[in-house]
Design a protein around this ligand. Structure first.
Ligand SMILES: Nc1ncnc2c1ncn2[C@@H]1O[C@H](COP(=O)(O)OP(=O)(O)OP(=O)(O)O)[C@@H](O)[C@H]1O
Length: 564
């Protein structure tokens, strides 16, 4: 057992966060007058021992002492009470009430989401705690499920908000300008992410994220990297899950407004959530249902929100640690990335931000107070990346990722047919060598027949392409333009008229043909003689041969007449 000051003994660690380790501890003797709760010898307490890096920072120690009165006077049934602050040598510690029970992050992981009614009632109690602290001018700035402890009494869960003032303590100009940041991007308000001035509305945003997570099991914004998550806080709208009732969604959506001035005050949020819980429960009467449906009218913003002190570097709710502090735990509620910030933590939106890379070589120390906030640099870099990599439609034939290495047959150069100019989005830059794909001669780009609308382009582009399409079709000659349509001979469109015309024409032809045959052939004679077909035919053949013989006889030279 290790003593903390002369009054406390650390017994066992309860957990470790980004800013320190929380211990179960025992009171040795009654604390002095400077403590908010003197306590009794033998009493069990929780003590958060701040990390050495924080404790050894003069700014943090100064702030710790200055904030002492604020932290100690913050009392509310839903706030974990800070009983004492200990500053001794290199040690900074907060003595708190011990809360028996899991934190909300662990509870959600183990039990899954809450029902909408339970989520609304639990968040209402957190909003009560925020209302009390905001009225006292204290903004939490790091609201997240891991900072809500669940005291379990008689089967009921009583949420207690903890870590008040920790973000405030870490607001040290010396620390916030260093190159390593920790924080929880999943819960950060857009104005904090951008380093803009903050008010108590950042806590309402955090409460909205927390409420969303309570009913769905996950925060609304996630992504492949912490910066991606921050980017979504700035520009994406939360997607409404089908399981969230309308009135509850109204509350969530209002808390998650990008504009802090449109978020409700903590007091109104608490009231609104209770009205919603009454109106969406199974025993709700029509008046309660009606009130819940009109909850939007109750969610007025705070006319005078509590301001976050404008300390240099105080524009973000992250805790800041010097290099090399702590190990990275991707499953933890909050953890510190190693300085190299590998991709391991990228997928966990509740993980902390990677460290900001140091400035250009030759510059010693961190950036000066006039420089942009390191988070702004990171966000700007992320935005720049997005601007460069625009999502556009790409003709499949020009997509290097879809092309299989192909043997090229030598062809005579082909003149592409003249096409009318087509509107087409910007070309995707072709990758240069070193893309990992064999280089090959580029085939002639096919004329584009269809450029999909932008929405469809966006959906098509990011899909991974695993197959190679069949080789491009040979080009078809351009079609002659169609002649204008002739006016129909049957403008009335009488059914069957076209067919009747054909029939009449056929009858006419048959008639003429019959007449010609009758007149010009020996048919009349045949019928008149009454002979058989073959008999008549042989007669006819005999007369033809006779006729030919007569012709031959007529051509023979006449015999000489000298015999007489
Ligand atoms: N007053 C308390 N009583 C009992 N357990 C506590 C108390 N305060 C904190 N704990 C436990 O100690 C653990 C670490 O708490 P801590 O506040 O350091 O973690 P964190 O919120 O994840 O990190 P941080 O807020 O520093 O980013 C938590 O799992 C929490 O359950």
């Amino acid at each position: 057992m290790r003593p903390v000051g002369s009054k406390y003994l650390l017994e066992e660690p309860l957990g470790r966060g980004a800013t320190g380790t929380v211990w179960r501890a025992r009171q040795r003797e009654t604390a002095g007058a400077e403590a908010a709760v003197p306590g009794q010898p033998g009493e069990t307490v929780a003590i958060k021992v701040l990390k050495e890096e924080l404790a050894s920072d003069a700014d943090v120690v100064m702030r710790f002492l200055r904030e002492r009165s604020v932290l100690l006077r913050l009392t509310h049934p839903n706030i974990v009470r800070v009983r004492d602050l200990v500053v001794e040598g290199d040690l900074l510690a907060l003595v708190m009430d011990l809360v028996e029970g899991p934190d909300l992050h662990r509870y959600l992981r183990e039990n899954g989401p809450l029902t909408p009614v339970a989520a609304a009632l639990l968040t209402a109690q957190i909003a009560d705690a925020l209302g009390a602290s905001h009225a006292d001018g204290v903004v939490h700035r790091d609201l997240k499920p891991a900072n809500v402890l669940l005291r379990q009494t008689g089967g009921e869960m009583h949420p207690m908000l903890t870590d008040f003032g920790i973000a405030r303590l870490a607001d040290s100009p010396g620390l916030t300008r260093t190159h390593e940041f920790v924080g929880t991007p999943a819960y950060i308000a857009p104005e904090s992410a951008e380093g803009r001035p903050q008010t108590s509305a950042v806590d309402i945003y955090g409460a909205g994220i927390l409420l969303y997570e309570l009913v769905t099991g996950r925060p609304p914004f996630s992504g492949g990297s912490a910066l991606e998550v921050l980017h979504q806080h700035l520009s994406a709208e939360p997607r409404r899950p089908s399981t969230v009732p309308d009135p509850l969604w109204t509350v969530i959506e209002r808390c998650l407004r990008k504009n802090p001035g449109e978020r409700p005050s903590a007091e109104n949020l608490a009231r609104g959530l209770r009205v919603v819980a009454d109106g969406i429960g199974v025993h709700a009467n029509s008046a309660q249902i009606g009130a819940a449906e009109n909850v939007g009218a109750l969610l007025a913003p705070d006319p005078a929100p509590a301001q976050v002190p404008d300390a240099p570097g105080a524009a973000d709710p992250t805790q800041v640690l010097p290099h090399g502090a702590g190990g990275y735990d991707p499953n933890g509620a909050t953890s510190v990335l190693p300085q190299t910030g590998g991709p391991a933590g990228a997928a966990d939106p509740t993980a902390v931000l990677p460290p900001v890379p140091p400035g250009p070589p030759g510059q010693s120390g961190g950036p000066g107070p006039e420089d942009p906030h390191p988070w702004q640099n990171q966000l700007r870099a992320a935005r720049d990346r997005n601007e460069q990599t625009q999502v556009q439609y790409l003709d499949p034939n020009e997509d290097p990722l879809r092309r299989r290495p192909q043997r090229q047959v030598a062809r005579p150069p082909q003149q592409p047919p003249q096409q009318p100019p087509q509107r087409r989005p910007q070309q995707q830059p072709q990758p240069g060598p070193g893309y990992g794909y064999p280089q090959q001669p580029q085939p002639q780009p096919q004329p584009q027949r269809y450029a999909p609308p932008p929405e469809r382009q966006r959906r098509q582009q990011p899909q991974p392409q695993r197959y190679a399409p069949p080789p491009p079709e040979p080009q078809r000659p351009a079609r002659e333009p169609r002649p204008p349509r002739q006016r129909s001979a049957n403008p009335m469109r009488i059914p069957g008229l076209g067919c009747l015309k054909g029939c009449l024409f056929t009858v006419l032809i048959l008639f003429v043909a019959g007449w010609l045959v009758w007149e010009l052939s020996p048919l009349q004679d045949w019928i008149g003689t009454g002979k058989g077909y073959w008999e008549q035919l042989s007669d006819w053949f005999g007369s033809v041969t006779g006729w030919i013989e007569d012709l031959g006889g007529a051509e023979e030279p006449s015999a000489p007449s000298g015999t007489n």
